[in-house]
Design a protein. Structure first.
Length: 107
């Protein structure tokens, strides 16, 4: 006696050196690249009725899974720092005093 499929069953497989996840559920099956969410879905109704052949032909014409995986670009190097000297503590305090003196004269 066969076991009834009640929950999603996931398995990893390798096709052409690329890892895929095959999820078999009571609704149908789904094949996705490992680490991705979008993929090829096939409902059991479509498989039984013959619509699956049309869906397979359509997906083949679209070219799902034919692109090479994206190559990560190296991170950009940080920009060079300005050659200007950093402000000293004295100038920081003087700047604060100037700002507060200006704001008091306006108020």
């Amino acid at each position: 006696m066969a076991t009834l499929l009640e929950k999603t069953l996931k398995r990893e497989l390798s096709i052409g050196g690329r890892a895929y996840i095959l999820a078999i559920s009571p609704e149908g099956l789904k094949l996705t690249l490992k680490g991705r969410r979008k993929g090829l879905e096939l409902q059991w109704d479509a498989l039984v009725s013959g619509d699956a052949a049309l869906a397979v032909a359509l997906n083949a014409s679209i070219g799902k899974f034919t692109r090479a995986p994206a190559v990560h670009k190296p991170l950009a190097q940080p920009a060079e720092r300005s050659k200007r000297k950093p402000a000293t503590e004295k100038s920081k305090v003087a700047g604060k005093r100037r700002k507060s003196a200006v704001s008091q004269s306006r108020g």
